[in-house]
Design a protein around this ligand. Structure first.
Ligand code: HEC
Ligand code: HEC
Length: 128
């Protein structure tokens, strides 16, 4: 089951990236430090959804919510910076250790992705 789910997420990401590049890369994100700044809204959304699935969490695991309003650009939630390191690590692993397509931005490579280690668990070693 988790395997099927991850394939589905992958297909969704790939198709959103395809549509995003056709649309000419416009987005409203203000505070991207690791993901490509010209990522489309659709691709960003799809990647964020994939984090929820990979870690078995909601968006608020990494993003602060104030008065029921999520502030996605804020860095106040420390889990967001941990996630940035994880994204950078995952990009590095794919770029350095797999025979990947140099024409694809490394942030979109996913031979190894969050789900590979996390498998629906925010703490893959089993800590609470
Ligand atoms: C595992 C942690 C994690 C989860 C879960 C997560 N995000 Fe994010 N999100 C991040 C990180 C890290 C960034 C910043 C990436 C960067 O710096 O390139 C980000 C950036 C964003 C941004 C861009 C904000 C800006 O203006 O710069 C949006 C929008 C966003 N997330 C929405 C969501 C939504 C919606 C969900 C739930 C479906 C979600 N995120 C779940 C970690 C997470
Ligand atoms: C190579 C394996 C691996 C990959 C790939 C990986 N992670 Fe992790 N991640 C871990 C391990 C192991 C831990 C637990 C570390 C600990 O408990 O000290 C962890 C912890 C985290 C945490 C911290 C939870 C907390 O609050 O302490 C976040 C957030 C996270 N990962 C997000 C991500 C995201 C997002 C991705 C994909 C971009 C990702 N990880 C990819 C292995 C991985």
């Amino acid at each position: 089951m988790p395997y099927k789910k991850s394939i589905l997420v992958l297909l969704v990401i790939v198709s959103f990236i395809a549509v995003g590049s056709a649309n000419g890369f416009l987005n409203k994100a203000k505070n991207l430090k690791v993901l490509p700044k010209n990522i489309s809204d659709e691709a960003l959304d799809s990647i964020m959804q994939s984090y929820n699935v990979a870690l078995g969490v909601e968006c608020s695991f990494c993003h602060v919510v104030k008065d029921d309003m999520p502030d996605y650009a804020s860095d106040e939630n420390p889990a967001k910076d941990v996630a940035r390191k994880m994204i950078a690590m995952t990009i590095d692993i794919n770029k350095k250790y797999f025979n990947t397509d140099p024409k694809i931005h490394p942030a979109y490579l996913n031979t190894v992705r969050c789900f590979t280690c996390h498998k629906g668990d925010a703490y893959p070693q089993g800590q609470e």
